[in-house]
Ligand binder design. Structure first.
Ligand code: NCD
Length: 359
């Protein structure tokens, strides 16, 4: 069965099939309004969300299906100490498919190990956010007409921004994509993405500190918020919180067909004056999120019993009872997850659930 926990759970072909279906849905919305009649989606959100949860809800409703779940784990059995695996075992007996957001990294992967229905990761800590990636890919297709050959600048919090990590992983499968990483030292991309994705997949990437120096060459400028909630040290956040500001003057140096993306919410990194510029694509991007989630729900349920669409088989876990993941934000720290690891390209042992280096 296919779950969507990480963008690489989908092959490039499956990813393109979902984006193509989203484009079909956009072209003829009435044709899809009964597609999920009598089927149910559960949204289990352990972390705040506005657009992602509402977007899943709107997507299932627009397909004629129903939605149940919680937006605040404090009002569920979780507050009594229930594990994510037990919650999923229970909820899966009521619904056809589950979308889960969790502040703990690897929670959805761990939950998927016992789930008889597809699990969609709607964001796990600062780790992954694969449905935002599908949203971003659809937006790039609609704004530019293609994904191959683009030059994309990622600007802001590349360290904790899960949408950045997931989109880079997905773009590694497209041809001739150039990546420019725009961030100060304290917000740089984590090592595991740089080595196991950028280096391994031979992505053409470089690092700079200002958006001005690269603006004229970009096809996509992907802005992100500094992820305040992920900093353990408030002073460190204060030092970097105002690192970037996109305004009309900076944008005047960009190509006339460049598109500005942002997963939203924005704080201060894009000034409101930019909203009126036709290159500001972030509100169109939100709507694309609903269409791509409609396509994803349809495809995951279509593929559910098809052995040709299982989970990727090219990565096997290493079980080692003596090694231990020490990431305090990993599912291994809060639940009795097995001691499972993978060997990264540079030979290091990394946690199966959160990708943290095992020391
Ligand atoms: C993002 C997220 O939750 O990671 N938002 C979203 O899902 N659209 C980005 C963010 O919170 O900054």
């Amino acid at each position: 069965m296919k779950h969507l926990i990480d963008p690489t759970d989908l092959t490039r072909e499956e990813t393109d099939q979902i984006i193509d279906l989203a484009l079909e849905i956009i072209a003829d919305r009435p044709a899809w309004q009964e597609k999920m009649a009598h089927r149910k989606l559960s949204t289990l959100f352990y972390e705040p969300s506005t657009r992602t949860r509402l977007s899943f809800t709107a997507a299932m409703m627009e397909l004629g299906g129903n939605v149940l779940g919680f937006a605040d784990a404090a009002n569920s059995s979780v507050s009594k100490g229930e594990t994510v695996q037990d919650t999923v075992r229970v909820v899966s007996s009521f619904v056809d498919i589950i979308a889960m957001r969790h502040y703990i990294e690897g929670a959805q992967l761990y939950a998927s190990e016992v789930s008889p229905v597809p699990i969609i990761n709607a964001g796990d800590g600062s780790h992954s956010h694969p449905t935002q990636t599908l949203t971003d890919l659809l937006t790039i297709r609609r704004e530019l007409g293609h994904i191959d050959g683009i030059t994309i600048g990622f600007c802001g919090d590349l360290r904790f921004g899960r949408t950045v990590h997931s989109l880079i992983k997905a773009l590694a499968r497209y041809k001739d994509v150039k990546v420019v990483l725009i961030a100060p030292e304290a917000l740089k991309l984590p090592d595991y993405i740089r080595r196991d994705v950028c280096d391994k997949m031979k992505i053409d990437y470089r690092e700079v500190e200002t958006m001005e120096e690269v603006m004229p060459e970009l096809d996509i400028l992907y802005m992100t918020r500094v992820q305040k909630e992920r900093f353990l040290d408030e002073d460190e956040f204060d030092r970097v919180k105002d690192s970037f500001r996109l305004d009309c003057e900076k944008l005047s140096q960009a190509k006339s067909r460049m598109a500005v993306l942002h997963p939203l919410p924005r704080v201060n990194e894009i000034l409101p004056e930019v909203d009126a510029d036709p290159r500001a694509a972030y509100f169109r991007q939100v709507e694309n999120g609903k269409f791509v989630r409609m396509a994803l729900i349809v495809k995951l349920l279509e593929w559910k019993d098809d052995p040709a669409h299982g989970m990727p088989q090219d990565d096997f876990p290493i079980y080692n009872p003596h090694a231990k993941c020490t990431n305090p934000k990993c599912i291994c720290a809060s639940e009795a997850a097995p001691h499972k690891f993978r060997r990264s390209t540079d030979g290091e042992l990394r946690c199966w659930y959160c990708d943290a280096k095992v020391r």
